[in-house]
Design a protein around this ligand. Structure first.
Ligand SMILES: Nc1ncnc2c1ncn2[C@@H]1O[C@H](COP(=O)(O)OP(=O)(O)OP(=O)(O)O)[C@@H](O)[C@H]1O
Ligand SMILES: [Mg+2]
Length: 256
């Protein structure tokens, strides 16, 4: 534990501002995510979660401020970060198979020139197994259900074999069993010492199962341990409405 305090954070965001067409989506955002933890990114629709994830990935240039991943600046499309975009923002009409999509996660490692080899295919298959989709690998990805497509994106992020994984709303639209399985997967990944930063609207899940939470509404309303972040006052400030926090045995419920 004592080494943790001196460790370089997995993600270090300082005084970050960014937006679109002169309109700010993120305003002076500062927080850190420690290595090996499961951190949640929560906030209302339009609060800047996806924008923040894109900036951390290096897919969008900030107006000001800095992002460091394991102490270093990020280059665009960094192979060292696993990333699953918000499913709604993906064009699923491409005529590619599920396996093809997951293999795309390998391109950062193998480059665009070399063709994926046996090892890449094995990694892709193992990634699909971890989200219970191996049997669909030859299907066209457009033929999968919404929840299955979401899990394909998670498998692609896993195939990147990165220490840091950013997931944008991976839990949305999953049935109860698939949500439960995904949470177990996230916990397994944390045990493998990976760092997970997960944007989600499932506040109860972050309150009950995550190590850290960042509460965002264009700026950081709070960050830290969920029990310190999910107070009625801070939630009301972020969501502009009263939310109940009901601590239970091993579950905490957060909702309207
Ligand atoms: N491509 C874009 N062009 C212009 N404005 C955008 C674009 N993407 C997002 N925005 C705006 O930036 C703000 C933040 O959007 P963002 O997608 O980051 O929110 P979010 O927290 O991910 O929301 P949600 O919970 O709905 O996914 C919103 O006001 C949104 O309208
Ligand atoms: Mg979003």
């Amino acid at each position: 534990m004592s080494s943790e305090a001196t460790q370089v954070p997995a993600v270090d965001v300082s005084h970050l501002s960014a937006g679109y067409n002169g309109q700010a989506a993120l305003d002076d955002v500062t927080f850190t995510v420690e290595k090996g933890c499961l951190a949640g990114l929560v906030g209302p629709n339009g609060s800047g979660k996806s924008t923040l994830i894109k900036v951390i990935m290096g897919l969008m240039k900030p107006w000001s401020g800095a992002v460091k991943v394991s102490g270093a600046s990020v280059k665009a499309g960094a192979a060292s970060i696993g990333y699953a975009p918000q499913s709604e923002l993906v064009d699923w009409s491409f005529p590619v198979t599920v396996e093809d999509v997951v293999l795309m996660g390998r391109y950062g490692k193998i480059g665009l020139v070399r063709r994926p080899g046996r090892e890449d295919r094995d990694i892709a298959l193992r990634s699909l197994e971890r989200v219970n989709l191996a049997q669909f690998r030859r299907r066209r990805v457009g033929e999968l259900s919404g929840g299955q497509q979401r899990r394909v994106l998670i498998a692609r992020a896993l195939a990147q074999e990165a220490d840091l994984i950013l997931l944008d709303e991976p839990l949305a639209g999953l049935d109860a069993a698939a949500q439960h399985d995904l949470l177990r997967l996230l916990e397994d990944l944390r045990k493998e010492d990976r760092t997970l930063f997960v944007a989600t609207h499932d506040l109860s899940c972050v309150a009950s199962d995550f190590d850290h939470a960042v509460l965002l509404n264009k700026r950081v309303v709070a960050f830290g341990r969920p029990k310190d972040v999910f107070t009625a006052d801070l939630l009301a400030e972020a969501f502009q409405r009263h939310l109940l926090v009901l601590p239970g045995g091993d579950r905490t419920l957060v909702g309207p």
